[in-house]
Design a protein around this ligand. Structure first.
Ligand code: DCP
Ligand code: CA
Length: 372
């Protein structure tokens, strides 16, 4: 069984937003800051049935964790002034999209792995320099905080495995840089469960054979690991523990783009809304063009003065490339929304295009848009 040799020197960054869903809630309701805050997925069966989606770091001090029943979280926070909020994934997604745009902009290759996590290959961008990567990380952290009020933790390493462990190393608001020559020393004392794929069960199995740290895992004979975990996992554990990983950062394409604006004043006046959303449409469309994409669906997003979010969308029967289709659909959808929601007053309004299709030929689009 050959161990994989590392590929040419790379600089990889992993970014993970801190306590993301609760952080989003604290941004729109700053009065919640400083209190334990729990975002919940209510099942609706009884008042408190359901599970914790995430907890802010203050609530975590009391033992509240993602996945825990809400009732248990309430017990842990009994007699404490804590806030429990229902999950609002659409809103978190909009915040996430804006942050991912900031990150995508600096990367040679960008791979979003979840709503709040992404890998960036910045090898060319930094000319292979870890010092330069650290500077970029600081700029990104500052920009994300200034624009969105959200902190993140960043890890930088020569590959994805090391970058991911590094970003978790000093959470929240951390920045950990692990240069190639520091990898073995960095990983060695860490517990095996820091590796993606090693959960409580695998940790237990490893402990039984005397392996608790990544250093111990790295110096275990690979054939022994293969014997226990099978070829694929055995090799993965062994290589990862040594900090060897040549998985590329796989460029993920965006499937949708959105823009949202705060209206000058709260309103349900359709022409007022249309006028102001036009700014968002122009901005959004410039991004669609920049990416050279067509789209198959147009949606609107409305956030009421009570901060509830409403969405409507329209599926096209063709792939559109022009701005007028977005404008027309937006006007129709806002009109429909106001009719269907006679009491809603809008505070923010936005536009979304989805079903993005990479165009085969930019020249064709140009011709299509300006037929002369
Ligand atoms: N999430 C969830 N249920 C889980 C785990 C996570 O709904 N069992 C959601 C809520 C989180 C988001 O996914 O905010 C991101 O997950 P993370 O594991 O990155 O957790 P956080 O961002 O909340 O915290 P951390 O600061 O530890 O990254
Ligand atoms: Ca996170």
């Amino acid at each position: 069984m050959e161990e994989r040799k590392p590929v040419a020197k790379r600089v990889i960054m992993h970014v993970d937003l801190d306590a993301f869903f609760t952080a989003c809630e604290e941004v729109r309701r700053p009065e919640l800051k400083g209190k334990p805050l729990v975002v919940c997925v209510y099942s609706g069966r009884t008042k408190d049935s359901g599970a914790v989606s995430t907890a802010n770091y203050i609530a975590r001090k009391y033992g509240v964790k993602a996945g825990m029943p809400i009732i248990q979280a309430k017990k842990l926070l009994a007699n404490i002034e804590a806030e429990f909020l229902p999950i609002d994934k659409e809103y978190y997604k909009i915040v996430s999209d804006r942050i991912m745009d900031i990150l995508r902009d600096v990367a040679d290759a960008f791979e979003q792995v979840s709503i709040d996590e992404a890998y960036l290959d910045i090898t060319n961008r930094t000319n292979g320099s870890f010092e330069e990567a650290e500077v970029i990380a600081k700029i990104l952290k500052k920009k994300i905080y200034e624009n969105e009020g959200i902190t993140c933790s960043i890890g930088i390493g020569p590959n994805k495995v090391v970058a991911k462990i590094a970003s978790e190393h000093n959470k929240p608001d951390g920045l950990t840089v692990v240069k190639p020559e520091e990898v073995r020393g960095f990983l060695s004392p860490l517990s095996v469960d820091r590796l993606v794929g090693i959960g409580p069960k695998t940790s237990e199995k490893l402990k039984e054979i005397g392996i608790e740290t990544l250093g111990q895992l790295a110096s275990t004979d690979v054939s022994k690991l293969i014997g226990i975990f099978g070829e694929k996992l055995g090799i993965y554990f062994h290589n990862s523990a040594k900090g060897i990983d040549d998985e590329p950062v796989k460029q993920t394409e965006e499937k949708e783009l959105s823009r949202i604006i705060t209206l000058r004043s709260n309103t349900r006046d359709l022409s007022e809304i249309n006028d102001q959303v036009e700014r968002a449409i122009i901005d959004l469309y410039s991004r669609v063009r920049k990416k050279g994409c067509g789209y198959k669906m147009v949606g609107i997003i409305a956030i009421s003065d009570k901060l509830t979010m409403l969405v409507r969308s329209k599926k096209l029967s063709w792939i559109a490339y022009d701005i007028d289709t977005i404008k027309k659909a937006s006007r129709e959808l806002f009109e429909r929304l106001l009719q269907e929601e006679p009491n809603v007053i809008l505070r923010r309004a936005g536009i979304k295009v989805s079903g993005l299709v990479k165009s085969v030929d930019q020249a064709y689009i140009d011709k299509f848009i300006k037929p002369d």
